[in-house]
Design a protein around this ligand. Structure first.
Ligand SMILES: Nc1nc2c(ncn2[C@@H]2O[C@H](COP(=O)(O)OP(=O)(O)OP(=O)(O)O)[C@@H](O)[C@H]2O)c(=O)[nH]1
Ligand SMILES: [Mg+2]
Length: 449
């Protein structure tokens, strides 16, 4: 995990990524997916870079680029923030949506979580509404195997009409198939990709609008633009305007058609939040349908055990009790353990100081130099090390243990409500927590590979 000043500092939310190709033939590939599914791990494995990874959602907050090469092609890979859907609700999700929609990437690799494919496939289906050049990368296959979950990737690929490959992003050797699918991706859209079927009344409303859309809106499908117009997704329409230089609603026919379509839906009792919910649930239902018969479980009790643990760890009262106890325990181990380690280091440094002074005396070092070396450099460094090192040496391995056990996302979930009241979100608790140790000062501090 590389927490850097760049990834956590003031500029972290700067989403304006300028793609820098090394050669004209470089193909831009977006790596998209739900939060915490291994996008940055995959990106790092392919590009040799050190993007911030860790076992909680929302680490990547801005787009990042890196380069990779195969025998056939060279690529600019773009790691984008995690998002559950293309209907953005936060600046990171907007950055992700804008890159998928307007980033002019050659292909989008949608990374899915093999452990809960139904949920992560939703974004893949939405992305297929934008472009056919999609590769579905079912990651965390090792986790799924451990939980007795099998996925028929061949059937998944058939149903989606685009390549579906399985990966374990931590193992570089498992990425060969993904790269060969990227190499084989043809320039032309394949035209066979799965398309979400919306309820009939929404399809009819879309059909009223699409004939009036006569311009190129950054290659977005007319259906997608019509749906956003129906929903009056102002943020998205603004992004279209910025990226294509075209105002979608400035054509009188389109404006009239949107009004007519909305009127039609209103007469059918579909408006406001209901409309949004119907559109969103169509792709959720479609991903559930696709997964039927593709995902099979050999260990029946595993999901139930997980759910039972979740009930305790994220329960209204038990969740907070467990969290407070655990955090107090970690705090206590860190502080009291650090005292012992600090004493031991101080004792060791005091012994070494005697040796150093003896050596300096033996070498007949002038008094002023003795002062600079022994009283200045050595004493200050040894005090800082004996005070700062022990808590970090204890806290970060414990933090990593919590991370590996999957408890950190549950802390973020528990704290989401109170943090939202302070206009923040639960994920912030994790950065605040590790921030206590001023991580930003250690610009490439590594907790774990
Ligand atoms: N077991 C296993 N762990 C993985 C795999 N891929 C990623 N991980 C771990 O999953 C966690 C999340 O990985 P990230 O790469 O940070 O996920 P991300 O999708 O970039 O997350 P956000 O940027 O927060 O959206 C890390 O702890 C990774 O080490 C995998 O294939 N198998
Ligand atoms: Mg990431």
């Amino acid at each position: 995990m590389g927490l850097t000043v760049k990834s956590t500092g003031l500029g972290a939310a700067n989403t304006n990524l300028v793609i820098k190709k090394k050669s004209e033939n470089d193909k831009v590939i977006a790596i998209a997916g739900n939060p915490n599914v291994g996008k940055s791990t995959l990106f790092n494995a392919l590009t040799g870079m050190n993007q911030h990874t860790g076992n909680w959602p929302g680490k990547t907050v801005a787009n990042a680029q890196g380069y990779c090469k195969t025998e056939k092609s060279s690529y600019v890979m773009v790691d984008i923030p995690g998002t559950y859907s293309l209907f953005a609700h936060s600046p990171e999700e907007e950055a992700a949506r804008d890159f998928i929609c307007f980033g002019k990437s050659r292909a989008v690799v949608v990374v899915c979580d093999a452990v809960c494919l139904e949920r992560s496939l939703n974004l893949a289906l939405q992305t297929l509404e934008i472009t056919d050049n999609v590769i579905v990368c079912v990651n965390l296959l090792d986790e799924a195997k451990r939980k007795g979950i099998n996925i028929d990737l061949e059937e998944l690929s058939k149903r989606l009409g685009v390549p579906a490959v399985g990966t374990v992003a931590r193992k570089k050797s498992s990425l060969t198939k993904l790269m060969s699918e990227l190499d084989n991706m043809s320039e032309a859209e394949n035209g066979k990709a799965f398309s979400v079927k919306y309820p009939e009344i929404i399809e009819k409303a879309v059909d009223i609008i699409t004939p009036t859309l006569k311009r190129e809106y950054c290659g977005l499908s007319d259906k997608w633009v019509a749906l956003r117009l129906l929903e009056n997704d102002r943020e998205f329409l603004k992004s279209v305007e910025i990226n294509s230089g075209e105002t979608v609603l400035d054509m009188p026919e389109t404006e009239k058609a949107v009004e007519k379509a909305r009127e039609y839906l209103k007469n059918e009792g579909v408006y406001g939040e209901r409309l949004g919910a119907m559109i969103a649930s169509a792709s959720v239902a479609a991903s559930e349908n696709i997964c039927k018969g593709i995902v099979s479980r050999t260990k029946k009790g595993y999901a139930e055990a997980d759910r039972k643990a979740d009930k305790i760890l994220t329960g209204k009262y038990s969740g907070f009790a467990v969290m407070l106890l655990l955090l107090l325990l970690i705090f206590w181990i860190t502080v009291s353990g650090a005292n012992y380690l600090s004493d031991f280091l101080s004792f060791l440094f005091a012994k070494l100081e005697k040796l150093l002074r003896f050596a300096l005396l033996h070498l007949k070092t002038p008094n002023w130099l003795c002062g600079v070396l022994a009283d200045g450099a050595y004493t200050v460094t040894s005090r800082v090390v004996s005070v700062m090192l022990p808590p970090m040496a204890i806290f970060f391995p414990l933090f990593t243990l919590l991370e590996d056990s999957g408890y950190l996302p549950r802390i973020a979930y528990n704290l989401d409500k109170p943090f939202k009241r302070c206009k923040s979100c639960g994920k912030q608790a994790l950065t605040m927590w590790s921030g206590d140790f001023k991580v930003c000062d250690y610009s490439d501090f590594t907790v774990r590979d």
